[in-house]
Every structure is written in structure tokens, then in C-alpha cells.
Design a protein around this ligand. Structure first.
Ligand code: NAD
Length: 415
């Protein structure tokens, strides 16, 4: 059977939730596809003097609950299909944690690893110009994603200011602190994963002290989740990056593994560990599994071998619908991406709020408010899952879709 595309999966997840909601079919139809899809083709002069034409996308899935919100990725494999799926997931993610945002996503088909800094800056500025008609602090607020970072956001902000004459730091989130970025943003997604994992362990009656954790992907989300869970008393027994995995049943010193990766470029080869494959990290003996690398990492072929009782999706879309069914059937508690990794967009929301007020919070304030938002969202989703006897994924979709549907109904149709 041909593999489903990301957008096909996103629509399938939406359709699977509808039977629980009793929505007006017209309102469901509004949410079933993006509100706006923009495709742009634009030239950039490369360092060798040649002109290259790039393709980029900005998709706004919904603005019913507020300005659209979502990252911009630079990657050779970016497609409109993928951007549409990610935009839809952003709508649900914002709704599940009660942020006053809709969902969007952007991408440019390019390989920034083969481009100079100047070429990347020019590409960013021209792409921003091309989509400037639909973005804005009260319209659509981009953020970093794969291969984009705080510097990219500084360029987007500056380009927007050059066009509009408005010095608004609230046009993007994930900015450098010096330009209105928020304290705590770097750790936010990992911190949200940690908060979700703790709540899930509590629901399962497993103490965090001594709980064994495995993490696939040792980047921003994976590495930070790993050391924050270790700080809470968990034992991290396995981690991996794109080059492979390492395992030590007695536990790893996660911050030292980070230092080793910074020095050598990979976790592989870390002393006193056994080398395992990326796939093996998912099936080692552990209590908590955090897939924090790739889409589709947990599939029908490996879901049955997963030993963890609790799975917390750090990555977006790491579990296929078939694997979801297997894990549910095996009684595993899976905390879905739209809830588990919503810490990043929640602190993006805090950044936007601080920028609009030009009044900034301490890291302790940011972390305390993040804890409040994540715990409250977890509790609400967990209560729905118990009441409806459904998985946490379906419960999260029930909460998110009904919130957006309510916003659509209250606003009514124009004209
Ligand atoms: P990152 O680039 O910092 O880290 C990705 C990690 O995955 C790296 O360690 C990389 O080596 C590893 N990796 C790549 N291919 C792999 C493979 N085949 N097997 C195992 N590991 C592999 O990216 P990130 O920001 O940590 O994002 C990871 C995931 O989390 C993505 O799905 C992203 O969309 C999602 N996410 C990120 C954020 C955020 O705030 N950064 C928020 C929400 C969701």
C-alpha cells in the first residue's frame, strides 16, 4: 500500500474525531482544509553571481481563534502537502492549550546547508517580502522551525519593518532576546515534554524517581527533555541522533552526553555505552519513550515491540495511525504531539504578549506560566479521554476541534 502523505494523515485524524463532536457539517467542512495556501516563486542572486529561483509556501489553516501561528522551515523536501498538514496541526496545537491563535506553517524548498550566510539572509528577506501581504502581528506570526533559528527571525522582523515602517517585534516569535525574544523559549518545548511526561507517569501510577527513559533525537526537543527528566529523578537509559544510538541500563549523564555531542558531533561513541541503532532506541526496556526526531518513526512494524508504558511525542507526527491503534490496544498511554510538544508555541505566545506590551518577564515567571498552561491542558484532555473512553490523541482532537468550531460559530459567516 502506498504510504499516506502527511496531509492525508492530518485529514484522517480530523475525520476520525468528527463522530464524537456532532458538528454542523458546514462548520466541519470549513476546518477540514486550509483557509489560505500561498505559493511563491522568487529569485535570489547566489554568491557566484548566478540567479536561482526558489519555491516557498505559507499556509494559513485557520484564523478563527486569533492570528495564525506557525514556523517557517527551510528544507529540500518541503512540499505544499507537508506545509498544509503542519498548518492544520498548529491550529489544533494552539487550541488544545487555549492560546488565542489559529494555525499556519511556511516553508522554502532549499538546502541551507549548501548556502552561505549571505545567500540564506537574502532568501529569507525575499521570501518575507513575497508573503508580507498575509503576515503581520495581528494576522499571521511566523516562528523558527527546521533549519531556521532566531537569526532568521531577526531578518524576517527587519524586512517586515523595512516594508511597513512599523518596528513591531510581535511580527515573529523565537527572536533573539535583544530584539524582544522571551526568556525560557529555547527550553520551552523540552520543558513541556517533561511536564507532560510527569503527568502521564502520575496517571499510570509510575513514580518518576527511577523511571527509565529513552529518547530518539538529541536536538533541541530531545536533549532538553532528557536532562529535564533526569533533573526530576528519572534515569535516561538510551538516546540517539541521526548517526545512531547509545544505551546504558544504569543511566547516562545527559548533560555530559550533550557536551560530548558538542565536541564530537554525535552521541555515538560516548564512553561506557553500548552502540544501538536508531530503531532500537524505540524498543529498549524503559518506562517512558520520547520520540523527538522524525515523522513516522513509530509504525505498524515496530509499535508492537515498544516496551514503554508512556510515550510522549516530542516530535510532530512521529506515530502513524496504524501504530496508534497497536499502542492503544496494548494499553500504552500516548501523549500526542499537539499536547506534548505545545510548550514551544505556548512560550511563543508569551513572547508575543510581552512584545505587544513591550514589558518583559523573568525566566521563572515564564516557566511558572508554562507549567500552568501545560498542566491545565493535560488535565482537561485526560478528563475527556476518561469520560469518552478514548485515547489521549482523540481526546486532544476533541478538545481542539470543538474549541475552533465554537469560535467559527460565534463569529458567524461574512457576509
Ligand atoms: P533538532 O534539529 O534540534 O534535532 C533533531 C534531532 O533528531 C537531532 O539530534 C538529529 O540528529 C536527530 N535525528 C535526525 N534524524 C534522525 C534519525 N533518523 N534518527 C534519530 N535521530 C535523528 O530539531 P528539534 O527542534 O529538536 O525538533 C525535533 C522534532 O520536534 C521535529 O519533529 C520538530 O518539528 C518537533 N518540534 C520542535 C519544536 C521546537 O520548539 N524545537 C516544537 C514542537 C515540535
Amino acid at each position: 500500500m502506498p504510504q499516506k502523505s502527511a496531509y492525508e494523515i492530518a485529514v484522517e485524524q480530523f475525520d476520525n474525531t468528527l463522530p464524537y463532536l456532532h458538528l454542523d457539517p458546514g462548520v466541519a467542512e470549513i476546518m477540514r482544509a486550509p483557509k489560505r495556501e500561498m505559493t511563491v516563486r522568487f529569485p535570489v542572486q547566489m554568491d557566484d553571481g548566478t540567479i536561482r529561483v526558489f519555491t516557498g509556501y505559507r499556509v494559513q489553516h485557520s484564523t478563527a481563534a486569533g492570528p495564525a501561528k506557525g514556523g517557517i522551515r527551510f528544507h529540500p523536501n518541503v512540499t505544499l502537502d507537508e506545509v498544509k498538514a503542519l498548518a492544520m496541526w498548529m491550529t489544533w496545537k494552539c487550541a488544545v492549550v487555549d492560546l488565542p491563535f489559529g494555525g499556519a506553517k511556511g516553508g522554502v524548498v532549499c538546502n541551507p546547508k549548501e548556502m552561505s550566510l549571505r545567500e540564506t539572509e537574502n532568501l529569507t528577506r525575499r521570501f518575507t517580502t513575497e508573503i508580507s501581504g498575509i503576515i503581520g502581528p495581528m494576522a499571521d506570526v511566523p516562528a523558527p522551525d527546521v533549519n531556521t533559528n532566531s537569526q532568521t527571525m531577526a531578518w524576517v522582523m527587519d524586512t517586515y519593518a523595512m516594508h511597513t515602517g512599523i518596528q513591531s517585534s510581535a511580527i515573529v516569535t523565537g527572536k533573539p532576546i535583544e530584539l524582544g525574544g522571551s526568556q525560557g523559549r529555547t527550553e520551552a518545548t523540552g520543558r513541556g515534554v517533561m511536564i507532560s511526561a510527569l503527568a502521564a507517569l502520575q496517571a499510570k501510577g509510575i513514580p518518576i524517581q527511577g523511571a527509565r527513559v529513552a529518547v530518539q533525537g538529541f536536538g533541541n526537543v530531545g536533549a532538553i527533555s532528557a536532562y529535564l527528566l533526569q533533573d526530576q529523578g528519572a534515569i535516561v537509559v538510551a538516546v540517539s541522533d541521526s548517526r545512531g544510538g547509545i544505551w546504558n541500563p544504569n543511566g547516562l549523564d545527559v548533560r555530559d552526553v550533550l557536551r560530548y555531542k558538542a565536541e564530537t558531533g554525535s552521541v555515538v561513541g560516548y564512553p561506557n555505552t553500548e552502540a544501538i541503532s536508531n530503531g532500537d532506541v524505540l524498543i529498549v526496556d524503559c518506562d517512558v519513550l520520547v520520540p523527538a526526531a522524525l515523522e513516522g518513526a513509530i509504525h505498524a512494524g515496530n509499535a508492537g515491540q515498544i516496551k514503554a508504558q508512556v510515550i510522549v511525542e516530542g516530535a510532530n507526527g512521529p506515530t502513524t495511525p496504524e501504530a496508534d491503534e497497536i499502542l492503544n490496544g496494548n494499553g500504552r498511554l500516548l501523549i500526542p504531539d499537539i499536547l506534548a510538544n505545545a510548550g514551544g508555541v505556548t512560550v511563543s505566545y508569551f513572547e508575543w504578549v510581552q512584545d505587544l506590551q513591550s514589558f518583559f518577564w523573568s525566566e521563572a515567571q515564564v516557566n511558572a506560566r508554562l507549567q500552568q498552561y501545560m498542566s491545565s491542558a493535560f488535565d482537561q484532555v485526560y478528563a475527556i479521554s476518561q469520560r469518552e473512553q478514548v485515547s489521549m490523541r482523540t481526546a486532544a482532537y476533541i478538545k481542539a476541534i470543538s474549541r475552533v468550531a465554537k469560535a467559527i460559530q460565534l463569529r458567524g459567516l461574512y457576509p
